[in-house]
Design a protein around this ligand. Sequence first.
Ligand code: SAM
Length: 324
Amino acid sequence: MPTLSQCAVSAMEYSKAAEQYEDSWRPGYAERLMRMVRPKPGQHVLDLCCGTGLCLFLLAEALHESNNHLDGGVVIGIDGSPEMLSVAKAKCLTKPHLRNRIRLLQHDVTALEQLGEPHVTPNTYDTIVCSCSFVLFDNPEAVVKRWRRYLKAPVYPPPAHKRHKKDESAAVHARFRHYEPGGTLVVDIPHEASNLGEVIMERVARRLGLKFPSNRSWVKSVDSFREILERNGFKVERVVELDRVSGRGALKYTAYMAVDIYNSMCRSSAFQTMVESARPGFTMAGVVANGLQVFMEEFLREVGPDGRVYESDTMYIYVARRTS
Ligand SMILES: C[S@@+](CC[C@H](N)C(=O)[O-])C[C@H]1O[C@@H](n2cnc3c(N)ncnc32)[C@H](O)[C@@H]1O
């Protein structure tokens, strides 16, 4: 069986639960996140991995209100799962006032260049939003690099040595001072200790020769994503640590709870997708049986000096501007 792309594996996972996706903490979280993103009248926004449109509709409503209900300003939502998009499309039908502001496309957001113009155009968007999805990608650095070119490029005044003496009139001077900031990227990344079962299961999968549908191994601290952004032509304007994302708050476990956490991970849709998308030879029963010992070993590595394992409920929100 050929290896499935990351987008195809994610589509497989989210398509199963598309109808129930919003029966969770996610709508409340999307509202908290979108309070940090207020599009201005006429702006163009990309919502990458838009899913059922939780952020997309909030963005479109904000554009609609800020524009005094006039035309102008669009949110393009892109996702790889047809079932998640169907939920978004059904919601669209109930919001006719947003019809001209929303476009929905099915595509792999890590390969926007294949979607091409006129669907998405480089140097165009005021804001790119990606919520609850970035840690699904195989290569976070490559994705940031690719997305950067779709944001508006900043316009800087020419350096002083490039001006001519005869250009010193007030009008020309004003033009030389002209500066337009680049577009903004808004991405959330789970705290390195949030949803710990998932973090540990990723390591178990690697040791068993499987691929878990998320990739959080590169997230070591709040600085991990900041550094990726700064290496790739962004200035990080704000990092917000949003607490109580799922509503549970931080938790502490003892080593005895590892088996319960393992069992609940085995029932998760991510685990099932991992086994279903694996090469032939892996069965659910086999992986569940072989994974327990490895999970216990990895879990015990997390135990602190107080004999407990700490789980966070925090999301890091990065607001970064394209600078080049
Ligand atoms: C956890 S949901 C997040 C949905 C939405 N952003 C939200 O905040 O509710 C993850 C979404 O990412 C989509 N996805 C994952 N990888 C993708 C890729 N490479 N291209 C397009 N969509 C992708 C999945 O189909 C799924 O709808």
